[in-house]
Design a protein around this ligand. Sequence first.
Ligand code: NAP
Ligand code: MG
Length: 404
Amino acid sequence: MVKIRMTTPLVEMDGDEMTRIIWQIIKDELIIPYVDLKTEYYDLGLPERDKTNDQVTKDSANAIKKYGVGVKCATITPNQQRMSEYNLHEMWKSPNGTIRAMLDGTVFRAPILIDEIKPVVRTWKKPITIARHAYGDIYKATEFRVPEEGKAELVFTNNEGKETFRETVYDFECPGVLQGSYNKDTSIASFARACFQYALDTKQSLWFSTKDTISKKYDHTFKDIYQEIFDAEYKTKFEEAGIEYFYTLIDDAVARVVRSEGGFIWACKNYDGDVMSDMVSTAFGSLAMMTSVLVSPDGNYEYEAAHGTVTRHYYKHLKGEETSTNPMATIFAWTGALNKRGELDNIPELCDFAKKLEQACIATLKEGKMTKDLVNLWEGGNATALNTKDFLLAIKANLDKIMA
Ligand code: NAP
Ligand code: MG
């Protein structure tokens, strides 16, 4: 068989633990036999990040800026316990956070759907993609406990040293709490553009929600920036694509989402996105079936699984015990990236291969072959739990059939 040719390399970011093991099998068994795979490889596994003082993470983000498309394996975000486990020089920051900041990107999370795994919400028929603004608000807030009676004020001093704003927040007559949070027009605009762009790319309507009736300056600014950018840059493109931009209050959005059929993107402020993405992914079934893509406003894409490195399974694997780790989201990260590369480089065979690999995955599940995490959710009759490697080989058998 002639392998599918690639012209531009994909930025490949390897990772840690169980997902690193799955990563290698996916490449060896499901991709390299069919595709003349061209990647620029960055090892974001924790030992290499430690060895390079995390330079490798920055290099990989710059490579995505250069080539436009990356695929990333799950990685460990170190904590105290990892410091001793890996004998680290420093508690390195989350690679995802670093890459997101460097690309100024927005994360979109969407579930992989299959008829035999029914969402908890009966009306949902199509995926709901959540876009979370991962910058500012309470995640970068300054806060403290107010210890006694007194006046709390909000003050702004400009760079010339002139105080241009002072307002009382509250005259405390007893102890309490106080918080100051911020966001930036530039970050909100990047968030808006990434969402409008992704909506066009995926031909799905975009919903956006805040609490602008209560927060007349803060949340209202989000609403205004979205509307200005939409009117100036995207209105006509949305009309041509037959999709819409829809703004509503966050509480109205929650009610509408639950009654909807799905099939749209829901853009959320930072906190709303944090909470709602866990609600939506749980209601769709399993974290192991959740995909994630980071999109920058200037059109760079990084695909990954939403779950972590599945540490508990990895420790079993190290003890020689059998594991049944679900590779679906990691495979779909690869197919998302290969498909995007094919689109950008105009290689239809590559897009076609990505679709066939996804079909092979779905076909394998429909045969009742799956990993342990899905067996209890399965409503399609007999379901057999396979181990990690056997499930991947079952997908390969179906892929061979589809490719033949
Ligand atoms: P996790 O790796 O997502 O795993 C949590 C649990 O969810 C697992 O123990 C497993 O449950 C289940 N699970 C998740 N993915 C699965 C899969 N593919 N197949 C089957 N079951 C799956 O989260 P974590 O244990 O909290 O974090 C582990 C490491 O991952 C941490 O070091 C964290 O820093 C990192 N992390 C990385 C990313 C990323 O790179 N994007 C995201 C999150 C976490 P059972 O054990 O019950 O089977
Ligand atoms: Mg959360």
